[in-house]
Design a protein around this ligand. Structure first.
Ligand code: URP
Ligand code: ZN
Ligand code: ZN
Length: 442
């Protein structure tokens, strides 16, 4: 198959070229490639399939998420994402690191796009090293820990985990929020009957994130560990700590999410504020501005969606008290639409866009066949048309059936999506007849 006359996003340029695809792989990129099976895409943009390294499909936090690997991967595909790396939920107390990965491997057989998993360390034990080594052997080079929620790590545990991760040369992704500070504030607000949704945000002030970030950077430094990955960074204050550390030569990977780039905490004051409950919470405009400069100056490496969806019926529980609202919002479909629009609006360079949406995710997490339009790589390709439009939650594909980005202006529309050369989306329709996603070993 030859994609003819596309406007290809490569390096820091948009170049008009043809792409020859054979057996799911990019075979040639050139002008005027001849052959049969030509698809003319003149005037349309071609970008590498998006890689979203932060999703929570099928998660069960006592309340089950509404997106499983089927609906979540279809939503991702419609938004121009062809690979996800999922963060599994917690398993039963005392379970081995393999438990949830084995479960998720079965669940993900329904995926319409390629996928991989982060291992989740919930309790450190004498088996942790062995189990992490085995998972690494099986193609998982990244692990997640939390500083809050049901299974959280204290400083000593974090140090031990960093020691193991250093030996195994694997990434530790961390949800960085100071649990005790949040608990203190939550209990205080509860006692004072301050349970409106805005108190979700007031109980998790930026210092909660910045302190945890500084502590993690310091603990990693004590061990000499250089693969700390900070998920969903939301605040200017946390970014300040990261910037100081990076300037000091420390190696840290940094992720933010579209919600922290586009939305702010005033949303919690709206009648439908429950829709926006996630952790860390939405912040202020100055935080959004700082995060955009973090993208532009390279302090932020990539943007993941943190797609974690609950039905509005479940979110409604938050009206009684913010403490009852399940945390998490949809975003796997919106992420690439929002960010490619920035390129078409000349607000984000082609290079930065590629870095944050595909190239860095592939490089950091070892997805060798993915991340750029390059000979020899998988033909995971998204064809975008330039079109002024807006996100319409009624047209999104997540089972959440709402979008926090509803009415947000965008400048592009997905025309086609190819997964390893296979047409999976065309003209707003799913073309795959069955789930074609593969577990990608890293
Ligand atoms: O509120 C959020 N972000 N829920 C998903 C789990 C997490 O913390 O990433
Ligand atoms: Zn988190
Ligand atoms: Zn998450």
């Amino acid at each position: 198959m030859i994609l003819k006359n596309g406007l290809l996003a490569i390096g820091n340029e948009i170049v008009k070229k043809d792409i020859l695809i054979e057996n799911g792989i990019i075979k040639k990129i050139d002008t005027n490639i001849q052959g049969d099976d030509i698809i003319d895409i003149s005037g349309k943009y071609v970008v590498p399939g998006g890689i979203d390294v932060h999703t929570h499909m099928n998660i069960d936090v006592g309340i089950k998420s509404v997106d499983d690997f089927k609906s979540g991967s279809i939503a991702a595909a419609f938004g121009g994402t062809t690979t996800i790396i999922d963060h599994p939920g917690f398993g039963p107390k005392g379970c081995s690191l393999h438990y949830m990965i084995d479960k998720y491997k079965k669940d993900a057989k329904e995926s319409y796009i390629d996928y991989s998993f982060h291992g989740v360390i919930q309790e450190i034990s004498e088996n942790t090293y062995e189990e992490m080594a085995e998972l690494k052997e099986s193609g998982i080079n990244s692990f997640k820990i939390y500083l809050t929620y049901l299974y959280k790590q204290n400083d000593e545990e974090i140090l031990k985990i960093f020691e193991i991760a250093k030996k195994l040369d694997v990434i530790i992704a961390v949800h960085a929020e100071n649990d005790m500070a949040m608990e203190h504030l939550k209990r205080k607000f509860e006692k004072e009957n301050k349970t409106d949704i805005i108190y979700h945000s007031y109980s998790r002030p930026v210092e909660v994130e910045a302190e945890a970030v500084y502590r993690l950077i310091s603990l990693a430094s004590i061990i000499g560990y250089e693969k700390l990955y900070l998920v969903h960074i939301s605040s200017a204050k946390a970014l300040e700590q990261i910037e100081i550390a990076k300037r000091d030569g420390k190696k840290i990977f940094v992720e933010t999410c579209p919600q922290y780039l586009y939305l702010d905490e005033d949303n919690y004051l709206k009648p439908d504020g429950i829709k926006y409950v996630l952790s860390p919470p939405l912040r202020k405009e100055k935080d959004r501005v700082a995060l955009w400069s973090g993208i532009n100056n390279g302090i932020i490496d990539l943007v993941g969606s943190d797609h974690c969806t609950f039905s509005l019926k479940e979110k409604e529980k938050g009206r009684e008290s913010f403490l009852k609202c399940p945390n998490g919002i949809p975003g796997v479909e919106e992420r690439n639409l929002l960010l490619f629009s920035e390129v078409l609006k000349n607000k984000l360079s082609v290079e930065k866009y590629l870095n944050i949406v595909t190239t860095n995710p592939a490089k950091i997490f070892g997805l060798k066949q993915k991340g750029s339009i390059e000979v020899g790589k998988d033909a995971d390709l998204v064809i975008f048309e330039k079109k002024e439009s807006f996100i319409d939650e009624k047209l999104m594909h997540s089972n959440a059936k709402y979008s926090c980005f509803d009415k947000q202006k965008i400048n592009c529309k997905v025309d086609r999506v190819y997964l390893r050369g296979l047409l999976i989306i065309k003209d707003d329709e799913l073309k795959s007849l069955s789930p074609e996603g593969k577990n990608i070993k890293r």
